[in-house]
Ligand binder design. Structure first.
Ligand code: SAH
Ligand code: SF4
Ligand code: F3S
Length: 443
């Protein structure tokens, strides 16, 4: 045992971006373990450093530059140290990144993760400056979830890539064409995670609604199968696209509400139909509002959240006001809001980015401060109610358990360590904009 430990090398991965990247990092750790690399808690203990990068917003190449710059001293002390970049910046920049950031030893794209062990072994054998940024569009997407310590709640990729080409978004270029995992594999995957103690899965994709199994099953059918054919307690999903969200799907959610959580992240991006058209989102303001109302009618009490961009090219003051007024019509419990930034390869990047930084900041602040008030109001509906909380963590010092309600509200209450992994009824006595506090209702 001790010889094994002394022989193993250390790998440190820093992760940016969305849940896809978090999942990919887990996969990288598991794959690298097979060639004897163990995770280490800090870069100075590592023989291999990987930056799993994101390019969805703001100066991503610059971020890679500055992080690699911080490792310069380590590389001088330990010349055998290898530094690589994966994820969306790697996919976007490919071999150019090796030129721009000379300290780098390798670059690998979003479809090259499973080739990482052989790439690292080539470097160990003396090869230099390796790049693998090919898309493998014709290969079937058959990956089992690889996660070392899955915990109570985990993410399961159901699709990769995106074919929607919203005009602001780089993801179709960094993740490639959309591919779906076969339904049969997903059921097996979730069953094996359940055996390892997982209680909740979040089905993950850039646009989960366009899931299509090789057997023909669509996203609704997948959710029904996960609810019926696995022992998983809770099912969540992200991200769903408003244009593909339909009544059939909401019906399936309502039918299986004991397992499928009543929380839907439905990114609207803008409240102006003209802006939505330029964004190529495929729905109007009115259609979106109709869908949101339909969801709340079929699933009373469900929670909604959204992503919103301010300052998209051509967004007038009036169009921004339409986004503000949308907040009054759709009860979002949380929003993730961003200033538009031009991304390479995208259509909108060729248009004049006419809204000044200052004005974008003003719009963002106005949106966020109005939403904060709304979130506080909406959160009050939980006061004195009883919510079901799946406990994910216990804090020894405060004696506090924390987990999420079915509507995805982070909820705290006093409990015990053994409660981790269990679902408890909690009577809410304090409601904050994003969190709830309560007491155990039932033992
Ligand atoms: N697939 C998801 C979104 C993935 S990107 C969807 O379709 O909703 C996450 C969020 O980043 C987007 O919803 C959008 O709000 C934001 N975003 C993407 N590109 C952006 C850009 N160029 N500028 C600002 N925000 C952007
Ligand atoms: Fe980007 Fe649009 Fe695809 Fe979402 S649906 S990943 S915003 S292109
Ligand atoms: Fe970023 Fe790529 Fe995810 S651009 S948000 S890491 S898909």
């Amino acid at each position: 045992m001790s010889t094994e430990i002394s022989q193993s090398k250390g790998v440190y991965i820093s992760t940016y971006g969305c849940q896809m990247n978090v999942n990919d990092t887990e996969r990288m750790y598991s794959l690298l373990e097979m060639i004897n690399y163990a995770p280490v808690p800090s870069p100075d203990q590592a023989d291999l450093i990987i930056i799993n990068s994101c390019s969805v917003r703001e100066k991503p190449v610059h971020k890679v530059h500055s992080e690699v710059g911080r490792y310069k001293g380590l590389k001088t002390q330990k010349p055998q140290l290898k530094i690589g970049v994966g994820g969306c910046v790697a996919q976007q920049e490919k071999k150019q990144l090796l030129t721009d950031v000379p300290l780098l030893d390798f670059v690998f794209g979003t479809d090259a993760i499973d080739s990482l062990p052989s790439l690292v072994q080539d470097l160990e054998q003396g090869e230099q400056k390796k790049v693998d940024a090919k898309f493998r569009h014709s290969e079937p997407y058959h990956v089992q979830t690889l996660v070392k310590n899955p915990g109570v709640s985990t993410f399961v990729n159901i699709t990769k890539g995106c074919d929607n080409f919203c005009t602001f978004c780089v993801v179709p270029f960094t993740r490639g064409r959309e591919r779906s995992r076969p339904l049969k594999h997903l059921i097996e995957d979730i069953n094996s995670l359940t055996k390892r103690g997982v209680r909740e899965v979040t089905l993950l994709g850039q646009n989960v609604n366009s899931y299509k199994s090789d057997c023909g099953a669509n996203f609704g059918e997948l959710m029904r199968a996960v609810a019926v054919d696995t022992d998983i307690e809770r099912i969540r999903f992200t991200t769903s696209h408003p244009k593909d969200f339909n009544e059939e799907l909401v019906g399936i959610m309502q039918d299986h509400r004991d397992k499928i959580m009543d929380y839907i992240h439905l990114p609207v991006q803008s409240g102006s139909s003209e802006v939505l058209e330029r964004m190529n989102r495929g729905y109007t303001r009115e259609e979106y509002i109709r869908k949101a109302k339909m969801i709340l009618e079929i699933m009373p009490g469900a929670a909604l959240s959204s992503d919103i961009i301010v300052g998209f090219p051509g967004e007038s003051e009036k169009q921004f006001e339409e986004t503000m007024s949308l907040l009054e019509e759709v009860p979002y419990e949380s929003i993730f809001s961003f200033k538009y930034s031009p991304r390479p390869f995208t259509k909108a990047a060729r248009w004049e980015d006419h809204v000044s930084e200052e004005e974008k900041s003003r719009r963002l602040t106005a949106l966020q401060s109005r939403h904060k008030e709304i979130a506080f109001e909406l959160s009050k509906r939980y006061r004195d109610s009883v919510v079901d909380v799946l406990v994910e963590v216990f804090d020894e010092e405060s004696g506090r358990c924390s987990g999420r309600s079915t509507q995805n509200k982070l909820t705290h209450f006093n409990g015990r360590k053994e409660m981790i992994g269990g679902t408890y009824k909690v009577k809410v006595n304090e409601a904050f904009p994003q969190t709830l506090r309560g007491v155990l209702f039932e033992h």
